[in-house]
Design a protein around this ligand. Structure first.
Ligand code: CTP
Length: 402
């Protein structure tokens, strides 16, 4: 699904050759690598080898018409999830610590709002020099993370700290950062509980290039996953394709089709709580063409549809594995509460959170006006932010499970 991206700045040092192996490891793990090679770096590795391994072009000049036309330095600094400097030479560290911006690498470091990881590499005396110590302290205070340097024999014949960390160690430091912070310690009213939350649309393939989907943004489901996690719950978020980042402390499983979503939910059982927020496509094309359907002379092709499994109804079915509380959503344009009551019966869930999508700005927007329909009656909540709806709902669920 959404590919993670590293902007890799390769500075000038004998360790630059290790940046090639690092690039290979990242690509193998499915991480996109966009390289910036400094002028000094280009003395040690060629743009061609870096570009071939990264499967992207190499950026190197600040005042290059082609570089700026294709992707300006500001865009470069924003186009990544993480900026990695390997090797981070004494010169690059000094520039970054002092906010200098005389070349593409340093300008990018000054312009970025993304986390930065540096793998220093330099002679041991340079590493131990008070100027480098100062720069290191400043960069750490600015939030830059470091991996290495290691102690060992150096290319210059000396021994000590300054050798760049091995590519495998830098790779692991990158992957740990891309995975986000470790889940928070489980404290709160839902500590020890497990929840499954479905979110986003599903995409149902017609052929290798076309699919059926809907306008769900996933915002409400993601906000609920985040709110449950904030109460200490262990959350599996089963998400269709969205543009959203996984909330901190939540395990996200990315799927495309309704059938994949159901399988992922079933794999995440047992759970105390299931919240089905996803806008699952009710139907899918009966046949997924193995090749792209071509325009023929017979007019548009008929697309036969078959029904998708109902995830909410499946999770609500009575049985030993049923979560204690199963909550569904109902997006309606009219007769909201009457339809929600009917849906509660039909799907066999415990609550339906009904929202009126005829209100402009609800689909894809940040606000939601919902009614909570339970076996006991209906509760209407005023229109408020989706994050607020999520927090109130999570608190209600925690109360129900206590
Ligand atoms: N849902 C599901 N799996 C499906 C269809 C829906 O889990 N295949 C869930 C949704 O996540 C939501 C609830 O069921 O929690 C209501 O979905 P909706 O599409 O509104 O219900 P339908 O049964 O399709 O009813 P209608 O089309 O008549 O509105």
């Amino acid at each position: 699904m959404s590919e993670q991206r590293v902007l890799l700045i390769v500075g000038g040092g004998i360790a630059a050759y290790k940046a090639l192996e690092l690039t290979r490891l990242l690509r193998k793990a499915g991480v996109a690598v966009r390289p910036i090679l400094t002028a000094a770096g280009a003395q040690f590795v060629t743009p061609l080898s870096l570009s071939a391994l990264a499967e992207d072009r190499v950026y190197s000049e600040l005042f290059s018409l082609t570089d700026e036309a294709e992707m300006g330095h500001i865009e470069l600094s924003r186009s990544a999830d993480l900026v990695v400097v390997a090797p981070a030479t004494a010169d690059l560290m000094a520039k970054a610590a002092n906010g200098l911006a005389g070349d593409l690498a340093s300008t990018t470091l000054l312009a970025t709002d993304k986390p930065v990881l540096m793998a220093p590499a330099m002679n041991v005396r340079m590493w131990e020099h008070p100027a480098t110590r100062r720069n290191l302290a400043v960069l750490k205070a600015d939030g830059v993370a470091f991996v290495g340097p290691d102690e060992g024999a150096m290319a210059c014949g000396e021994f000590g700290f300054g050798r760049m960390a091995e590519p495998q160690a830098i790779f692991e430091a990158i992957m740990a950062r891309l995975a986000g912070p470790a889940p928070r310690p489980q404290l709160g009213p839902l500590a020890g509980r497990r929840a499954i939350v479905t979110a986003g649309p599903t995409a149902e393939p017609i052929d290798p290039v076309r699919y059926l989907t809907n306008r769900s943004s996933g915002k409400q489901g993601y906000a609920i996953a985040e709110a449950l996690a904030a109460l200490g719950c262990e959350v599996t978020l089963v998400s269709g394709p969205t543009a959203l980042r996984a909330p901190a402390g939540v395990r996200r499983v990315e799927v495309e089709t309704a059938r994949q979503m159901l399988a992922a939910c079933q794999a995440a059982l047992p759970a105390d709580l299931a919240v089905c927020v996803a806008a699952v496509a009710d139907w899918r094309p009966a046949q997924e063409g193995a090749v792209k359907i071509k325009k023929g002379t017979d007019g548009p092709p008929p697309i036969a549809l078959v029904e998708n499994p109902d995830i909410l109804a499946t999770l609500s079915a009575p049985g030993p594995g049923r979560p204690r509380l199963v909550v569904g959503f109902a997006a309606e344009t009219n007769d909201v509460e009457a339809y929600a009551q009917a849906k509660l019966q039909r799907k066999g869930c415990d609550w339906i959170v009904a929202n009126d999508v005829s209100i402009e700005g609800t689909m894809g927007g940040d606000d939601n006006a919902v009614s909570i329909v339970t076996g006991q009656g209906v509760e209407r909540w005023d229109r408020t932010a989706k994050s607020e709806v999520a927090a109130r709902l999570a608190a209600r669920m925690a109360q129900e499970l206590s």
